[in-house]
Write a protein that binds this ligand. Structure first.
Ligand code: 13P
Length: 253
């Protein structure tokens, strides 16, 4: 059975005090054996938050990284730096990075490979725009993004990749995709993975949905056949709400 993976993506939010208080508040929470709870925090807080969360079931992730190990890349953070401070996961190819920071399918692939080279678990984001959905291009667009993201990975690495389906029109808009629509795309992602590897590999891959997930709609999403978790922005910012999201994972894992 696949784990239920609940990840909160804080994006560019929270003071240091708010960030540390959040982790202190959630780190004692119960996380079921088949559930994972992850907080994706700004770089500047990661070292402290990893220390604070030590010994708990809450994992700390970065929201992006460079794909190179080191070098003249002013302002960037490398995969080995993240690993060296105990970060376990990294979000790659979030639509906001693709839109504002020149993230492309090629850099997403390089970063995904680099994550595995440095023992980090990538959470690879894919998603269509409203125009693409209305033009009936959702499945072909997602297929192309998934294939490029996973190029040159071996089956073991693909098994460990978390794929987050986040329709761009549903992010921060309050418009959640219906659980049927979200599941249709997640099922298609699994089929694409099966085509490039095997059904057995595809059956193990964790696929999250993201886009206006909240405590009151997460159950319906997690009850579908192919959605194994959620990548949550706004509703992950309050400790009580984050805990409710993880509790849904506990209930349904
Ligand atoms: P919201 O949950 O705020 O819609 O954000 C989704 C998201 O982009 C998570 O990465």
């Amino acid at each position: 059975m696949r784990n239920k993976v609940i990840a909160g993506n804080w994006k560019m939010n929270k003071s240091f005090e708010e960030a540390t208080q959040f982790i202190d508040e959630v780190k004692g929470m119960e996380v079921a054996a088949n559930t994972e709870a992850i907080v994706c925090a700004p770089f500047i807080y990661l070292t402290n938050l990893v220390e604070r969360a030590k010994g708990s079931n809450v994992k700390i992730a970065a929201q992006t990284m460079h794909y190179e190990e080191s070098g003249a890349f002013t302002g960037e953070v490398s995969p080995s730096m993240l690993f060296s401070i105990g970060v376990t996961h990294v979000v790659i190819g979030h639509s906001e990075r693709r839109e504002y920071y020149n993230e492309t399918d090629d850099t997403v692939n390089k970063k995904t490979i680099a994550a595995f080279d440095h023992n980090l678990t990538p959470i690879v984001c894919v998603g269509e725009t409203l125009e693409q959905r209305e033009a009936n291009e959702t499945l072909s667009h997602i297929e192309s993004q998934v294939k490029q993201a996973l190029a040159n990975l071996n089956d073991d690495q693909i098994t460990k990749t978390i794929i987050a389906y986040e329709p761009i029109w549903a992010i921060g808009t309050g418009k959640t995709a219906s659980s049927e629509d979200a599941n249709e795309v997640c099922a298609h992602i699994r089929k694409v993975v099966a085509d490039i590897t095997s059904q057995a590999t595809a059956d193990k891959v964790v696929i999250q949905y993201g886009g206006s997930v909240k405590p009151d709609n997460i159950d319906e999403l997690l009850q579908t056949s192919d959605i194994d978790g959620a990548l949550v922005g706004g509703a992950s910012l309050e400790p009580a709400s984050f805990k409710q999201l993880v509790e849904a994972g506990n209930r349904l894992s």
